[in-house]
Design a protein around this ligand. Structure first.
Ligand SMILES: [Zn+2]
Length: 487
């Protein structure tokens, strides 16, 4: 450790200063990585670009992209040199992605909603999309074909995009509070759900989801979802077993075309507002499915606005029982409250969660912090989600900065990218690299984030070794490419 400095001895003062910074460097994420000669060269190039972009922001903070709202900064991020480097990094895995908000709105509007037999209708104040043989097949609503909507309104597609996304020109005015934006956010899922349950669309949707991740140099994903009642136009509805068969077959089809893609696992999600009885039967059903698809189903999580519904402790008996057979991946502490909703973190740790989704409130709990570190529980960090859903406006002040500085196992995730016009993981990686790591942190922290995403996945040890070997080949190609382009 560095000793206390004697201010009269200027040499030792500066040595002490170096010692403190060196000790901190070793503590933070990536601090224990020894760089290869090639990585040292690439590191210089990356740090040059990072410094150049940050120097501009030091002089004029309005140039600083991560603290601007993502809707307003995205176009400039697309033009950033650091972002173009990050896009090319083999990023490993995407471990916290919600299946129903993971495909770009462009694909949904331009591809899915231009198919035959798609209908729309307002039901209980929500616009819903579905596929039908004819309008009378579903009597819940007065369905109308989308081509009719388009005939009546030349701007219909723009209106439809807004139903499927949170993107607006002035988010501060449109969403005055976190409650307002969550109400709006939930409507996206209501609009899209029935449409995505149409079997041919579901298959194409999953294929596109994997394509968008793969194009962003992501090799594996764990998707949070629900058992979707897939259907055909003739009225056939598939059961849960068939849902998994169709899901897994689509993943396998993708892997045949892209053999470098390692695979997908599924994390079952139940709304946190259910009754104990509904949770119990949902967990029983999940455990039955887990026996049938042990490698595909990773475990269980709650979803929904954490301020609504019930706290995890309410279900501790059901969950303790299920923990003998299921792994948990709880969203916990996605809140600004202290001593209230954040107490979900206590229960997530007590229930032996494998990872923590968000963990925004974690640094308020020193005992939990120690337990999380000792048990090697990783934190799924989703900075753009936290900004758009109004937990944290400026990621420089995000609580996870402290976790990264202290070498906690953080994994960068994208949560619901389509809701804010993002694809893949690169936007979140950019925000973390430029706002949540030291200006002096370079390739070592990027390498650590990529490796963490594989190490803390639900893959078996054997699969992790294979995935890390594949990732390492891609990493070396990335190093060679960047030296060719930038050196
Ligand atoms: Zn989430």
């Amino acid at each position: 450790m560095c000793s206390v400095v004697k201010l009269s001895e200027s040499d030792s003062y500066l040595q002490e200063r170096i010692c403190i910074l060196k000790t901190e460097k070793a503590l933070r994420a990536g601090g224990k990585i020894k760089l290869t000669a090639k990585e040292v060269e690439v590191n210089k190039l990356i740090l040059d670009e990072k410094s150049a972009e940050l120097s501009k922001a030091h002089k004029n903070v309005s140039e600083y992209l991560p603290s601007r709202h993502f809707f307003q900064a995205k176009g400039d991020i697309d033009r950033s040199k650091v972002f173009s480097i990050i896009k090319n990094i083999p990023k490993g895995a995407s471990l916290h992605t919600h299946l129903l908000a993971a495909v770009s709105v462009d694909f949904i509007v331009e591809n899915i909603t231009y198919r035959d037999n798609i209908y729309g209708c307002f039901l209980n104040g929500n616009f819903k999309l579905t596929f039908l043989q004819n309008a009378n097949q579903d009597t819940r609503c007065l369905w109308k074909e989308l081509k009719e909507y388009r005939k009546e309104d030349a701007d219909f597609d723009n209106w439809l995009r807004k139903q499927l996304s949170l993107e607006v020109e002035n988010p501060a005015a449109t969403y005055p509070s976190i409650d307002v934006i969550w109400q709006r956010f939930k409507k996206i899922f209501t609009t899209a759900y029935d449409m995505l349950c149409y079997r041919p669309v579901f298959e194409d949707y999953i294929y596109q989801l994997l394509t968008e991740l793969y194009l962003d140099n992501v090799m594996y994903t764990e998707l949070r979802g629900t058992f979707m009642p897939l259907y055909e136009l003739n009225g056939t509805i598939y059961d849960t077993e068939e849902f998994f068969k169709i899901f897994i077959a689509t993943v396998e089809k993708f892997k045949q075309v892209y053999p470098k893609f390692v695979g997908v696992r599924y994390i079952h999600s139940i709304y946190r507002g259910v009754t104990s009885e509904v949770l119990k039967s949902g967990l029983d059903e999940l455990m039955g499915m887990k026996i049938m698809y042990p490698n595909f189903i990773a475990g269980f999580d709650f979803v929904g606005y954490e301020e609504e519904g019930k706290h995890i402790v309410h279900f501790h008996k059901e969950l303790s029982e299920a923990s003998r057979q299921l792994k948990f991946y709880f969203h916990a502490g996605e809140t600004s409250w202290y001593g209230y909703t954040d107490l979900n973190l206590v229960d997530a740790v007590l229930l032996n969660t494998s990872r923590i989704g968000h963990g925004f409130g974690l640094p308020k709990h020193p005992v939990l912090m120690e337990m999380v570190k000792a048990r090697d529980i990783s934190i799924e960090l989703c900075p753009i989600s936290n900004q758009v859903l109004m937990l944290n406006q400026d990621p420089r002040n995000h609580p996870a900065v402290y976790l990264i500085a202290n070498g906690f196992p953080v994994v960068i995730c994208n949560d619901d990218p389509s809701a804010w016009g993002a694809t893949g993981l690169s936007y979140d990686w950019y925000v973390v690299f430029m706002a949540m790591t030291s200006e002096k942190a370079g390739i070592e922290v990027l390498k650590q984030f990529a490796m963490n995403s594989i190490i803390y996945s639900a893959m078996s040890d054997h699969e992790k070794i294979e995935a890390l070997e594949k990732w390492n080949l891609d990493w070396n190609k990335f190093l060679d490419n960047i030296l060719n382009v930038l050196a």
